[in-house]
Design a protein around this ligand. Sequence first.
Ligand code: GYE
Length: 331
Amino acid sequence: MRTQSVRWRAAAVLASVLLVGGVAACGNSDTGGGGSKDDGKITMGFSQVGAESGWRTANTTSIKESATAAGIELKFDDAQQKQENQIKAIRNYIQQKVDVIAFSPVVESGWDTVLKEAKDAGIPVILTDRSVDSADKTLYKTFLGSDFVKEGRLAGEWLVEQKKTASGPVNIVELQGNTGAAPANDRKKGFGEAIAANPNLKIIASQPGDFTRAGGKQVMEQFLKANPKIDVLFAHNDDMGLGALEAITAAGKVPGKDITIITVDAVKDGMQALADGKFNFIAECSPLLGPQLMDLAKKVHAGEEVPPRIETEETTFTTEQAKEALPNRKY
Ligand code: GYE
C-alpha cells in the first residue's frame, strides 16, 4: 500500500511537471492506469446501463461531449440493462488496457469479482451515477452521483405537507425503478421513511416499472384495475410517470387532480408535464455528470487523491417553479 502511494505521488509530481512543460501526461502504466499506448491521451472505457429514459440519454450525451472536450478517448458500451453485458464490457476494457474504467452499475450487487480483476490489472475504476454495495471500498476510487435516499425523502416530505389535513387514508401507489438498482432501493427507502410521519399515508401497491415509459404505463394499468381508490402516484423517474399518464387518462381520471403525481429526475418532458399540471412535484436528479467525471479521470490517472464520494447538487420543482425553469431546460 505504502509503496503504491509513494509511486502514485511520484507519478503525480511527474504529471504536473509534464503539464507545466506544456506536454500532456503520458498514458503509460506507471501513472496508475493500464496505459495501452503512448500517444499522451487518456483512454476511458465506459459501460452505460442502457437507454431506458430521458435521464439516461442526457447522461450519455453529457459523457460523450465531455470526453471530447477533455481530450479523453472514450470507449463506450451500452449494456442494455444487463449486468452480464456490463461485466463483459469491463473485462474487455481490462484486456485492452484502458487507462480508466468508469461505469454506472445497473444493480448494486455482484461486482466484487470483476472490480478485483480491474484492481489487479492496475486500472482505476470510477463509479458514476449509481453505486455498488461492495464492502471493500478499495475496489473503486470514487463514486460520483446523487443522493437517491434524499430524493425519495424530499418527495415524501412534500407529500406529507400536502396531505397534512387529510382526515382519512391516502392511498399511494409506487412505480419502482429496475429491481436491485441503487436509485430504486434508495428512493423507496427515503420516500417510505418520510411518509411514516403521517399514518394516513399508505403505500397500497409497489411494483418495478424498470424506469421506462412502457413499464410505467403497463404497471399503472394494473394498479388502476386492482385498486378503485388511488390518491397518489410516486414514480421513481419521470419516464414511468409519463407512461402512467396514459393509463390514468385511459381510465377516465385526470392526472394531477384525481391522482397527485410525484416523480424524480426533472428532464424536459417531465418538467413540461409538471408545468401543465399533470405532475405535481419533481425531485431533481442531474444527469450532467460528464465534466466532473472527466476531471476525476484525469486526477486518478495522474495518481492524485480524490474524495471517495462526490455528490451532485440538486433541487426540487413545483408547477410554478417548472414553468420558470422550462425555457432554459437543456435536456
Ligand atoms: O433516475 C432514471 C434512470 O440512475 C439516476 O436511472 C439514474 C436513474 C434515473 O433510468 O431515469
